[in-house]
Write a protein that binds this ligand. Structure first.
Ligand code: TYM
Length: 331
């Protein structure tokens, strides 16, 4: 059976982008593959969280994984830092990851631009840690959003390089995966770019947002003054809303508003009202479970312990092989 690995950084509440890019696929894939889903708390250290924030955010993601329907009996759910073998493999892979290729990564260049006073080595080698996460379980499929595609390419590079260096076939090639064939990019509500945690208030709809907050955010989404020519191309902010409708609403709803737009009869207020209600319906089952699960500390503890044991079993098996290949042998 093919192995699947994916993770989400523990930087706070999960939003619709995380859900449609990643989690929805986790839930479906758990029945068909050998799945490992983790909470990337080591990756989140690049932004220097306080100990309390770090712990709270790890819990938040764990709760939302479970609320979304990932079954800890079916898939392995674990916290990245509970599996120290990942950090070990990251160290080995770092020896064959080169400055030039790391500096060329789009996500690194973005960070240099957006946080120029915190360009740390962890950011530079972020894709190496991500490669370690994936190849330590010898995964071939990685459910992620479009923004992670380049990281997957780098994971293949680092795995292949290790194989070539030692002339062994240890790591298979991992590929980004989405059930809908194409990788997904959910846009934000602010008219530009993707939905993201660090894009400012109002850009993201969170899975834990109450219905009133969802209505407010969607009604405030950026729009233009409306089409004036039939069948005109939609400007970015309008296309973004249609992109969200495409994943959240029914195909009929999409066709209905697309027709109104193309015939210059659209009223954005109506579109937003419908979109808000559809988001509320789509997220209801998750939202309703979040509080109950968050209050069940013994259950969370049990899930994390059980996941760590299963993940370490798989990771340490690979690491025994890797150490021996590298030449770490006892006398
Ligand atoms: P992160 O935490 O930024 O995002 C988690 C997942 O959500 C997806 N995503 C989106 N998909 C579509 N549209 C959006 N607007 C959107 N925003 C976020 C991301 O593509 C991702 O799948 N580096 C990873 C975490 C990670 C990881 C891994 C993933 C660490 N190690 C190993 C897979 C395998 C990250 O920062 O994702």
């Amino acid at each position: 059976m093919e192995t699947v690995v994916s993770g989400i950084r523990s930087t706070g509440k999960l939003h619709l982008g995380n859900y449609y890019g990643a989690i929805q696929n986790f839930v479906k894939m758990q029945h068909e593959y050998n799945c490992y889903f983790f909470i990337a708390d080591l990756h989140s250290l690049t932004t220097h969280p306080t100990p309390a924030d770090l712990h709270g955010n790890v819990k938040q993601v764990l709760v939302e994984y479970l609320a979304a329907g990932i079954n800890p009996e079916t898939a392995t759910i674990y916290i990245q830092s509970d599996v120290p073998e990942v950090a070990e493999l990251y160290l080995y892979l770092n020896m064959n990851a080169y400055l030039g290729e790391l500096e060329r990564s789009t996500s690194f260049k973005d960070k240099v631009r957006t946080q120029p006073d915190n360009v740390n080595a962890g950011l530079l080698t972020y894709p190496v840690l991500m490669a370690a996460d994936i190849i330590i379980h010898k995964a071939t499929k990685v459910p992620v959003g479009k923004d992670q595609e380049q990281h997957l390419e780098m994971a293949r590079t680092f795995g292949n390089r290790f194989n070539r260096l030692y002339n062994r076939d240890v790591f298979p090639e991992p590929y980004a995966f989405n059930f809908s064939e194409k990788l997904v990019k959910i846009p934000g509500l602010d008219g530009k770019g993707k939905m993201g945690k660090s894009e400012g208030e109002g850009n993201a709809v969170y899975l834990s947002d109450p219905p009133e907050a969802i209505r407010k955010k969607v009604m405030r989404a950026v729009t233009d003054s409306g089409p004036t020519v039939e069948n005109q191309k939609k400007p970015e902010e309008i296309q973004n809303l249609f992109d969200i409708i495409k994943v959240v609403s029914s195909p009929d709803t999409y066709t209905h508003f697309d027709h109104l737009y193309n015939t210059c009869q659209i009223r954005y207020g109506d579109l937003k009202k419908q979109l808000a209600e559809d988001i509320i319906i789509a997220t209801a089952p998750i939202r309703e479970r979040i509080n109950d699960i968050a209050n069940d500390t013994p259950y969370l503890r049990q899930v994390a312990r059980h996941g760590a044991i299963k993940a370490r079993e798989s990771a340490s098996k690979t690491m025994r092989e890797v150490r021996e290949i590298i030449g770490f042998k006892s006398f």
